[in-house]
Design a protein around this ligand. Structure first.
Ligand code: ADP
Ligand code: ZN
Length: 657
């Protein structure tokens, strides 16, 4: 039961890894130098030959001995190629030369040369002209260096966006849409968020109405929610509904290598928006700049300056102009208090993970333009995707459409959706992973252990699927339980049943093979969390009764509870947690022991088929004479509130030694 669809959406801390630039420059310079040397040596290769000076006498002697092949008259000397050298290949030739002596009788010399049949007009050496040589050894390298340098400057100024001192005026990171084309109709569910944003839209339509009464106008709102819940989409929809331009930038985009760049970008952004007002400015991942100013490590100048600039701009602009700043974060608790003061981001709009009907509507929105086959039941898919966010669902629908195309069908059917649900939520099926026969048997018994406990106990969620096909997420198999309807309250009995189900896997391993495997690690972690919550938060233990032992630090998102009691009490609470887990384990073990034949039967069936449905499971259970009433009658039930009602499944991390 471990696939948590929430992906950790923590923006990367950009500025930390950014001092690569000086190294890049250095590398470019070295490259240019190497290139220059290379070019020069190549050029020397072209201008090959070695030269050797001889006297004029030697020249005439060679001529009279008929040893010359070719001469070339240059302005200050005569190049001489002997027949011997001419026979060699060009690179190895030695070219002789001699100075032109003054008052040389050129006519006489020419006749002599003619007499010995020496050519004197040709080019002895494929001599590069001095101009060419100059170009090759100087102009070219400089041009190349210049090119590299300007390339570098361009990349750098692009990264600096708003630019300092006019180096780069391009605001590459600011992203502006005159019309987003997104409306509230494109955002499924999120009714409360929409309602809060409605006022902002009204204000953008009609700022005067608010000004007339003297109402203080909103400047900013903070959208708080997990990644993929649709914060960006909502912000765009606000702009779309109000029909105003949408400026967006990501918080991490502000923070760059150079101190001051972020601040100048903020200034720039607000200037641009003011020109186009009324407008929406959307700052994604505001926690990247808005983190609490931390002086412990000497602080971060750049981030602090950027943040200060942002605060100054927000305080400075005239709200009646109609610029509204929306910011998104999934970690509101790390934000600097200064950001949250009145007149800044004083409104907080929670963008929750969608509930059942929210998920259904999201699926509807995303299947609007998709051809669906008759058998598609989006309610079922919505029910199976508890815990998924809008982005997951959008992804799921798209995967399903891709699969339908791949299989050459005209419309998306339910099977496509179910399969892509597994791809998106549980990772792709890895048919190739090889488990040994023994491992497979253990996994099968483990999974059936979960499923059978759930099926045999009252108050449990119906099992919808058991599989021992490994998934990329690392699970060797899993048991999926599907709540029949969304539930917000769980009784103590229901939670106890969930505990029994969670430890059922280990109980089966122990019962059948007498061993304990690493496969149960995730189950144990979840069971322990649940038991701890029952003791410390839900007031469900005999020992502490109604006493809360923890406080929740951040009530909005995945808040971690912190123990808030004496150390001795905490130790007692640990004892109580252990007792709860032990009781559950004993119950599960007893139950499985009593139905050992059934356990074997189903495990064998699972080993053969690798994946079985909840119905197949229930058929076995119902056929078994001694069974209690099937769990289906107990009514649906969601996981504990802390688990957010995720589709329960019991996966195993790969077995480690
Ligand atoms: P966030 O900014 O919260 O990380 P996004 O707004 O970028 O999430 O959402 C990503 C995508 O997920 C959207 O483009 C949209 O396709 C889909 N999505 C998320 N929430 C919803 C929703 N409530 N209704 C419809 N689509 C949604
Ligand atoms: Zn398990």
């Amino acid at each position: 039961m471990n696939h948590d669809p929430k992906k950790s959406g923590r923006p990367p801390d950009n500025h930390d890894g950014d001092n690569k630039q000086p190294r890049t420059i250095l590398m470019l310079i070295v490259a240019a130098l190497i290139f220059t040397i290379f070019i020069n040596s190549v050029y020397e290769g072209i201008a090959n030959a070695q030269y050797q000076e001889i006297t004029y006498d030697q020249f005439t002697e060679l001529l009279s001995q008929d040893q010359l092949a070719e001469v070339e008259f240059q302005s200050d000397r005569i190049l001489i190629l002997t027949k011997e050298e001419a026979a060699k290949n060009a690179r190895e030739q030695t070219i002789f030369y001699t100075g032109l002596i003054p008052n040389l009788d050129l006519n006489g010399l020419q006749q002599d040369l003619d007499g010995h049949d020496v050519q004197y007009s040709g080019h002895i050496v494929e001599q590069a002209s001095p101009i060419l040589s100059f170009i090759v050894s100087w102009v070219l390298p400089i041009a190349v260096m210049y090119l590299l340098f300007s390339l570098l400057m361009r990349t750098m100024s692009k990264r600096m966006g708003g630019g300092i001192g006019g180096i780069g005026q391009s605001n590459a990171k600011v992203y502006m849409e005159k019309q987003t084309g997104v409306t509230f109709q494109d955002v499924a569910g999120q009714d409360e968020a929409k309602e809060s944003l409605q006022e902002i839209i009204d204000f953008l339509h009609n700022p005067q109405k608010y000004a007339d009464i003297g109402a203080k106008l909103p400047k900013g709102a903070l959208l708080v929610g997990s990644p993929g819940t649709g914060k960006t989409l909502l912000a765009k929809a606000v702009a779309g509904e109000a029909n105003v331009p949408f400026f967006s930038i990501s918080g991490s985009g502000f923070v760059e290598m150079f101190v001051g760049v972020g601040a100048s970008r903020v200034r720039d952004l607000f200037q641009q928006a003011a020109k186009m007002a009324p407008a929406i400015i959307f700052i994604d991942e505001i926690d990247a700049i808005g983190k609490t100013r931390d002086t412990r490590l000497g602080g971060n100048d750049e981030r602090e300056q950027t943040l200060n600039q942002l605060l100054a701009e927000m305080d400075g602009f005239d709200p009646s102009k109609g610029v509204i700043v929306l910011a998104a974060t999934n970690r509101p608790e790390v934000l600097d208090k200064a950001l949250l003061r009145p007149g800044r981001f004083d409104r907080r709009i929670i963008v929750d993970r969608p509930n059942l009907s929210g998920r259904y509507q999201t699926l509807l929105v995303h299947t609007r333009n998709i051809k669906l086959a008759e058998d598609v039941d989006l309610h079922k898919i919505a029910a199976a995707t508890a815990g998924a966010v809008g982005a997951d669902l959008a992804n799921l629908v798209n995967e399903a459409a891709l699969r339908a195309v791949r299989l050459g069908r005209q419309a998306v059917n339910q099977q496509d959706l179910l399969v892509s649900f597994e791809t998106v939520i549980a990772g792709t099926e890895k048919k190739g992973t090889v488990l040994t026969e023994t491992e497979k048997r253990i996994v099968a018994y483990h999974e059936v252990g979960h499923a059978l406990v759930a099926a045999l106990e009252k108050h449990s969620q119906p099992v919808s699927k058991i599989t021992i096909v490994p998934h990329t997420s690392g699970a060797l198999g899993y048991t999926m339980q599907m709540p029949e309807e969304e539930k917000y309250l769980n009784s103590k009995q229901e939670l106890e049943t969930e505990l029994d189900t969670l430890v059922g896997g280990r109980a089966a391993e122990q019962l059948v093979f007498g061993i304990q495997t690493t496969g149960a690690a995730n189950d144990i972690e979840r069971a322990t969390d649940l038991a701890r919550n029952m003791v410390t938060q839900y007031g469900m233990s005999d020992q502490f009764g109604l006493m809360a032992l923890t406080t929740v630090a951040n009530e909005y998102l995945d808040g971690r509870a912190m123990m808030n009691c004496a150390d001795t009490t905490a130790a007692l609470a640990d004892q109580e947690v252990k007792t709860l887990l032990q009781q559950s384990y004993d119950r599960a073990r007893k139950l499985l022991g009593e139905h050992r034949a059934l356990l074997d039967e189903i495990a064998l069936f699972l080993l053969q088929k690798e994946t079985i449905t909840g119905d197949e499971l229930m058929a076995f259970v119902n056929a078994d004479k001694q069974t209690l009433p099937p769990a289906g009658e107990a009514g649906g039930e969601a996981a504990g509130p802390s688990a957010g009602g995720t589709a329960g499944e019991a996966p195993e991390p790969p077995a480690a030694p």
